[in-house]
Ligand binder design. Structure first.
Ligand code: SF4
Length: 522
């Protein structure tokens, strides 16, 4: 597909999750954008996590159903397959996330095909653009072969990337082992590179109840909006301005713009709908976004955090995409499961990156060095402690050989690590990144908190989903279907064509969120 020259973003009022109203809004939006689905049509919701503990993290099923029905309304016989697909987060099977989101009854009722991306063959997509992190990426077959792609994210904040609208949701088009490669201080460039896999012809974001402050456990904010668009840089630009954020200060949006995927200038975007940008800004007034450094995040708690720069300091002085953000999400998960979480956690210290300052640990207080790049030298209770960096240059990482532990392997790994260091003042957690799941498990092990992965109310659902996923993937392997398919693959029409790459600049040093005044806003 070609990147549209004059993008349009449509802001519509929708106070409740009324399927028929959402269907009408999306159908009218497609008429305005002159869009009809065709070929293999793939809808990707954001289902990073779901269920009773993550009620505002995902695209609601009513919203998804409205989009599906609208696509069917606009199908003039050109659709070969209409399907929903996603890879959720935090090391749980997508089947569990779909179950928790309440998608399956809707899939059944609508006889809708759906993909759990980790169960599909992973195909190789070559990259040739200037400034890429790698020469190829892996993505699930339904993504590689999509002809008409519909991105259906949730309007949310994000602790690592400020916001998660349409562009950032591309993290869900990779399975865990490929997703975690470059999910570090170069995360924004990774998200930019993922744009070269495919582009949506339609974006429909669930901004009816938006998610403020965080990504997994956001605070709900009733924005009462459905926003539609036909270019995701333009789309994210308008969403940013709704929150009063200059999109050029959000690195993954700026980088995608510089790579030629769309404009960030409102003069180059037609904004229509029954809600003006100024009205939408009023609705979102005071909305809190992410990007809070870990030291500040844990202020006033029993955890004291210290963060030095990650490797490749020419790019950034803080690892926004890796371990520090992961512990912020980890503590929020634990808080969901235990209201007394903060009081139960003993005094401890967590250290990230190349930290050069002092660590004020009293006897008995554990110091946890998190991530391969962490290094530190200093005295703890009078004893010299030296922690060396284990970081490996990214060019040595081969996606073909990437490994990924499931949650049970992670439990064994983290539990073993903590047991070995039980009588030591320090413990080292290795990985780049150390995932949210591993940091949850580490905090559980160090504090005696309830392990959310073993919570009785979730165990049955988890085990069912886990065993189904393992069974399906094992059956496919037995039939000779490889997990990774070597060599460039055939592509669907959703592969971007004619992307005119502007000069790709590296991320600006120390860039972060900065609220600018939107045109016409306050
Ligand atoms: S080890 Fe963690 S903090 Fe260091 S670069 Fe990797 S993800 Fe970032």
């Amino acid at each position: 597909m070609q990147i549209v020259r004059r993008p349009r973003v449509i802001i519509r009022r929708c106070p409740t999750y009324d399927v028929e109203r959402i269907r009408r809004i999306v159908r009218e939006g497609m008429e305005e954008l002159d869009l009809r689905p065709r070929g293999r049509t793939l809808i990707k919701p954001n289902t990073v996590a779901s269920g009773e503990f993550f009620p505002h993290a995902y695209t609601r099923p009513e919203f998804l159903e409205g989009v599906v029905q609208a696509l069917r309304d606009r199908d003039d016989g050109q659709v070969a397959e209409l399907a929903v697909g996603e890879r959720c987060g935090i090391t749980i099977p997508t089947r569990m996330a779909f179950e928790g989101a309440g998608y399956y009854p809707m899939f059944k009722r609508l006889a809708l095909k759906h993909y759990h991306f980790e169960e599909e063959p992973q195909l190789e997509i070559p990259l040739t653009h200037e400034g890429r992190l790698r020469d190829y990426l892996f993505t699930p077959e339904p993504v590689a072969k999509a002809d008409f792609f519909v991105n259906c994210p949730k309007f949310k904040s994000h602790p690592w990337t400020t916001v998660t609208f349409s562009i950032k949701a591309y993290i869900g088009i990779q399975d865990d082992r490929h997703r975690l490669i470059d999910h570090d201080h170069r995360l924004n460039e990774k998200i930019r590179d993922l744009q070269f896999i495919l582009q949506p012809e339609l974006i429909a974001i669930d901004a009816i109840t938006a998610g403020e402050g965080r990504m997994l456990t956001p605070t709900p904010v009733d924005l009462g909006l459905v926003i539609l668009g036909n270019n995701q840089v333009a789309f994210d630009t308008v969403c940013c301005w709704i929150l009063g954020i200059d999109p050029m200060t959000v690195d993954h949006i700026r980088l995608s713009h510089e790579a030629g995927f769309g404009p960030v200038d409102l003069d180059q975007i037609d904004v229509t709908g029954d809600v003006s940008l100024e009205e939408a800004q009023l609705k979102a007034r005071g909305f809190k976004v992410g990007l809070v450094r870990v030291e500040k995040y844990f202020e006033g708690t029993n955890i004291t955090a210290y963060a030095g720069p990650p490797p490749e300091t020419e790019y950034t002085d803080y690892c926004w995409g890796g371990c520090p953000g992961a512990i912020e999400e980890a503590i929020e998960i634990l808080r969901q499961y235990d209201a007394q979480c903060d009081a139960k956690i003993p005094r401890m210290h967590v250290v990230f990156g190349s930290y050069a300052g002092g660590i004020d640990a009293k006897p008995g207080e554990k110091v946890v060095f998190i991530g391969d790049c962490t290094n530190w030298k200093g005295k703890l209770n009078g004893k010299l402690v030296q922690v060396e960096s284990l970081y490996r240059d990214r060019s040595l990482l081969d996606p073909y050989r990437a490994r990924h532990d499931d949650i049970f392997a992670k439990m064994v790994k983290v539990t073993g690590k903590l047991a070995l260091s039980r009588n030591e003042p320090t413990v080292r957690l290795e990985g780049c990144p150390v995932s949210v799941a591993e940091q949850v498990l580490a905090l559980v092990g160090l504090s005696g908190l309830r392990n959310p992965y073993l919570a009785p109310e979730q165990m049955m659902q988890f085990n069912k989903a886990y065993l189904m996923t393992r069974g399906v993937t094992a059956a496919k392997r037995l039939k000779g279907q490889a997990y990774q398919v070597h060599g460039p693959c055939g592509r669907g029409d959703a592969a971007p064509q004619g992307v005119t790459t502007a000069a790709i600049a590296p991320p600006s040093l120390g860039s972060g969120t900065s609220s600018a005044q939107p045109p016409g806003g306050e």
